[in-house]
Design a protein around this ligand. Structure first.
Ligand code: ATP
Length: 277
């Protein structure tokens, strides 16, 4: 870690009645890097996302986000709307949540609703067609079209989002999140259900977002080919706790991680590794 963190999760815990979904978890995500949060089913990954994005109020712990200009924001004190607006954290969900009856372009325009409402003077300037509103609307259309182009869907701008192939819908969701111009992009299993070609396109898109926009990315993903290829840093959870963190190479060779995925203990995992299985 370079000390240039955008996100700092400090001793986060989340309980649901008797279930401890996240237990005293601490990790950092570095600015302009891709950090992956991995672990077996039920490890607590989505719960961490829900705490970061304000869908859950953590039982205890702190979640700090620091903008480029040094402004520090405590996310656990804000609701989801303010986290999106003030902290500029955007997310996607495990299940696609596009507006299926709206066009691809319209889905990207909706994402810019807050900026457009401000420019419209809360609709008045929009109603009279003021130049400031028209400029803002054109800028929103341009941004939406830029992202459609980036994901290879410009020629399908006017098609209903629900009619697009599954892999295209996944990329459209990411484009929609990017239209909010986030500082931190949180993606919950973006490769779920994708074939090998679509997964490769996704990896390419995420690497280009990191390189071109300088956006910091936090990624939950079960597809290890994607995780190992694009992550700068990996945090591994099991049963609500962090069991390892490091580079893809360090994580790949960690017996604790292999044991967690096999549902075995560490010694069995070492035996599996040594057997070359
Ligand atoms: N709202 C909730 N109420 C009760 N229990 C919950 C709630 N949300 C999550 N849990 C429990 O917390 C634990 C962690 O769940 P979580 O969905 O965070 O895991 P995950 O690592 O994201 O799993 P997966 O990879 O399967 O999506 C599970 O035991 C789950 O049943």
């Amino acid at each position: 870690m370079s000390g240039n963190q955008i996100l700092s999760v400090d001793r986060l815990s989340m309980r649901f009645g008797g279930i401890v979904a996240v237990n005293d978890l601490s990790f950092d995500a570095e600015r302009r890097k891709i950090t992956a949060l991995i672990g077996p089913n039920g490890a607590g990954k989505t719960t961490v996302f829900n705490c970061i994005t304000g869908f859950y109020k953590p039982t205890s712990g702190a979640i700090g986000l620091t903008h480029d200009d040094g402004q520090a924001i405590r996310l656990e004190r804000l609701n989801d709307f303010r986290i999106a607006k003030l902290a500029k954290v955007a997310r996607t969900f495990q299940n696609i949540r596009l507006f299926p009856g709206m066009t691809a372009l319209e889905n990207l325009m909706v994402a810019q609703h807050n900026a457009l409402m401000r420019a419209s003077g809360l609709t008045f300037l929009g109603l009279i067609g003021a130049p400031s509103w028209r400029n803002a609307e054109q800028a929103a259309i341009d941004l939406a079209r830029t992202w459609l182009d980036r994901i290879g869907l410009l020629d399908r701008a006017d098609d209903a989002a629900g009619n697009l192939p599954y892999g295209d819908q996944r990329r459209l969701e990411i484009a929609r999140a990017m239209c909010t111009q986030p500082a931190l992009l949180c993606l919950d299993e973006p490769a779920a259900g994708l074939n090998a070609r679509e997964s490769a396109a996704l990896s390419e898109l995420l690497l280009s977002i990191r390189a071109d926009q300088g956006t910091s990315i936090l990624l939950i993903e079960h597809d290890m080919s994607v995780v190992m290829e694009i992550s700068d840093h990996i945090v591994v959870m099991d049963h609500g706790v962090k069991i390892a963190e490091g580079t893809p190479r360090e994580i790949r060779d960690d017996p604790k991680v292999i044991a967690a995925y096999l549902g075995a203990d560490e010694e069995e995992a070492i035996a599996v590794m040594e057997s070359g299985a």
